[in-house]
Design a protein around this ligand. Structure first.
Ligand code: TRP
Length: 465
């Protein structure tokens, strides 16, 4: 058996876990989900989901991984049974599928970096038309998403600590700085106030079951929870790490950056008269406007720098996504890390092709299936199933597993290793109640409501209330 990787210290783990969490989920997905689901009310529910439902599950994942020192499949099997192992396995497969589309969107960000840096994009008259054309262009997308997967594979090849820790510690602060510049600049634009109002003044009248559900699944996605990424990273940390504090720090960092992304985007959206609910193009369509407003030259530089940093944020996330199946293959089979990385990166890249081609390039993939009264492209279907439904479902199963199979006292003993005050503390009571009762019930209920609504057009809530 080859030696397993390890993070060099506490900060190394926090940097890697925060690097995994902060990515396109914060800057691309969070603003368009917020825009499509009512603005401030969504933000409020999102915060609740992240800190109350998700944070305890993050503690659970890390503790499971550290106790078993294995990938998600091995962890569920070792702490539970062969059947529970299947849950880990499904998580690993979901991770691979998530990476397949995530890599495509990363390619868009990479393309935008080049387009802005070379002065092409900001000359366009209509950024929305440009985006539509851009994502349907096979040549560019193929090249950039391939480049992105190669980079991801190269970093994962270097092993967990060297690649990931170092980059994250330098580039994440830079990303925050440039976002702050854009926030301040954006606030000076006309109608910025309407954007702030939309983002920060809740209108609870807009809230539906769907708002709750999308906030929940967005929190899972953004925190990299629900399919074993943090089981895997947890398996590399040392016994005296304080799991609760680490989880809190990662959750706070991730939430802060998502919150800033909203502050950055909504003033722009309103000052340019873009529809906030316009979907996955929101960031790509609204941001160029601010770079254009800054004037040529400076706009190209700031814009280029922004998209480059976004690519790095995405890269630390794709790395965590690729690491999961790699850990699985190298733990369970006698295959070298190198072979596993190359094989899996190739496979997942190919798996991403239909998503890439479903953005206008190929007709039937772009109108793949109809449900909920709308036709959906292939990538949207994949996001719906593996991310929006798969991750909360994974979180549900992790809660049930820890509370009723691995058992709370074993979980507590593991968490206590780096946190001697944990047993009997209020922290322990809170996490225990959440994992045993609240999270499973809340997530189960929401899953039922949303599956019935989304795929069968049955509104359960209207029968209840
Ligand atoms: N959290 C990342 C983001 O917000 C995406 C991500 C990385 C992820 N690893 C994950 C999502 C594991 C779900 C599961 O961009």
């Amino acid at each position: 058996m080859q030696e397993r990787g390890k993070f060099s210290n506490k900060i190394g783990f926090i940097a890697a876990a925060a690097g995994s969490a902060v990515g396109l989920g914060n800057i691309w997905k969070f603003p368009y989900e917020t825009g499509a689901n009512g603005g401030a009310a969504f933000l409020l529910i999102y915060l609740l989901c992240a800190f109350v439902i998700c944070m305890p599950i993050m503690v659970a994942e890390i503790a499971m991984g550290r106790h078993a020192r294995l990938n998600p499949y091995g962890t569920f099997k070792k702490l539970g049974s062969r059947t529970w192992g299947i849950v880990g396995l499904i998580g690993i497969i979901s991770g691979a599928v998530i990476l397949s589309f995530y890599n495509v969107v990363s390619g868009w960000a990479f393309g935008y970096f080049l387009q802005i840096s070379f002065g092409n994009l900001l000359q366009e008259a209509d950024f929305s038309a440009f985006f539509t054309r851009y994502i349907a262009d096979v040549g560019d997308n193929l090249l950039y998403s391939l480049a992105f997967m190669v980079l991801t594979a190269a970093i994962v090849l270097g092993g967990v600590q060297k690649g990931i820790e170092r980059w994250t510690k330098i580039l994440m602060p830079l990303l925050i700085v440039i976002m702050l510049i854009l926030i301040v600049y954006g606030l000076t634009l006309p109608h910025a106030g309407q954007g702030i109002e939309f983002y920060l003044v809740p209108d609870m009248g807009e809230v539906t079951a769907n708002t709750f559900y999308m906030a929940l699944s967005q929190a899972f996605f953004s925190l990299s929870l629900g399919m074993g990424a943090l089981i895997t990273y947890g398996s590399y940390i040392s016994d005296d790490d304080h799991i609760v504090n680490s989880a809190a720090l990662v959750t706070i960092t991730d939430t802060l950056i998502a919150f800033m992304a909203g502050l950055m985007i909504f003033p722009l959206v309103f000052s340019q008269g873009i529809e906030p609910g316009s979907g996955p193009g929101l960031v790509f369509v609204s941001l160029p406007g601010i770079f254009e407003a800054m004037g040529p030259g400076i706009g190209n530089i700031i814009g280029g720098a922004f998209f480059l940093l976004l690519c790095f944020a995405a890269l630390t996330s794709t790395v965590s996504l690729l690491e999961i199946p790699v850990a699985f293959i190298t733990d369970q089979y006698k295959i070298s890390r190198k072979k596993a990385v190359i094989g899996l990166a190739t496979l997942i890249f190919l798996l991403g092709l239909p998503s890439m081609l479903s953005q206008g390039a190929v007709g039937w993939l772009s109108e793949f299936v109809s449900y909920g009264g709308k036709s959906h492209d292939f990538m949207t279907v994949i996001i719906d199933i593996f991310s929006d439904i798969g991750l909360p479902l994974g979180g549900l199963l992790i809660s049930i597993f820890v509370a009723y199979r691995w058992r709370m006292h074993n979980f507590s003993a593991e968490v206590s290793k780096g946190n001697p005050g944990f047993p009997g503390s209020r922290q322990e009571k809170f996490v225990s109640i959440m994992l045993s009762y609240v999270s499973p019930l809340v997530i189960f209920f929401m899953l039922m409501v949303i599956i019935m609504e989304k795929f069968f057009e049955v509104d359960i809530l209207s029968y209840l209330f």
